[in-house]
Design a protein around this ligand. Structure first.
Ligand code: GRF
Length: 195
């Protein structure tokens, strides 16, 4: 069974949807750790209530990004993690750390990549007059929001949409897409340490 760690910074709706999907015995991955860089992240409570081990790594407690990432690496190793899913994790990881997880680290981004990398994706899609928005699950590479695409889901942009309305519609698509994309990746992976 592939052991997954989900890294969050906030609400954790994508994390919760993966946790929910993984309750099915046929799901090819187990959520073995939920880690947050923010102690107040709502998702930590959701994970703990679901009986999933949680960890907090506060970036302010570390002198450098390398030290912060090294601590995350230690926790992932300690929990024998095979696959990492970033889900609203608002820290940029160092290139060395990302490289060490190449092919084993996923992210979800609220746009149809390669359009609208970075922040404020919904406002930018509306301002551009796009007819569609959506979300993308992709492999993480050192360059932000640029790794190979695993799956995408499109949603319409409707007349009168503001960024919040579009974000809400896209989030429904995200919550459906991420568990499916993660399962697809997990089925193609071997556990790192056996078992
Ligand atoms: C999602 O929109 C995700 O695409 C973006 O951050 C948001 C996280 O939402 N990276 P949640 O914490 O999973 O509810």
């Amino acid at each position: 069974m592939i052991r997954v760690a989900i890294l969050i910074s906030g609400r954790g709706s994508n994390m919760a949807s993966i946790v929910e999907a993984a309750r099915d015995p046929a799901y090819p991955a187990k959520v073995a750790l939920v880690l947050s860089n923010k102690p107040e992240a709502l998702g930590l409570r959701t994970a703990a209530e679901a009986g999933i081990p949680t960890a907090i790594v506060r970036h302010r407690d570390f002198a450098s990004r390398e030290d912060f990432d090294a601590e995350i690496g230690r926790l992932l190793a300690g929990h024998r993690i095979d696959l990492v899913a970033l889900a609203g994790f608002m820290r940029i990881l160092t290139p060395g750390f990302v490289e060490s997880w190449r092919g084993r680290m996923l992210n979800i981004h609220p746009s149809l990549l390669p359009r609208y990398k970075g922040l404020d994706t919904h406002a930018r899609a509306i301002a551009a007059g796009d007819a569609e928005g959506g979300c993308t699950v992709h492999y993480v590479v050192p360059e932000l929001d640029s790794g190979p695409v695993i799956a995408q889901e499109r949603v319409p942009i409707l007349p009168g949409d503001d960024p919040a309305a579009l974000a809400a519609r896209v989030l429904v698509a995200e919550n459906a897409l991420y568990p499916k994309a993660l399962a697809e990746v997990a089925r193609g992976l071997r556990p790192k340490a056996g078992g």
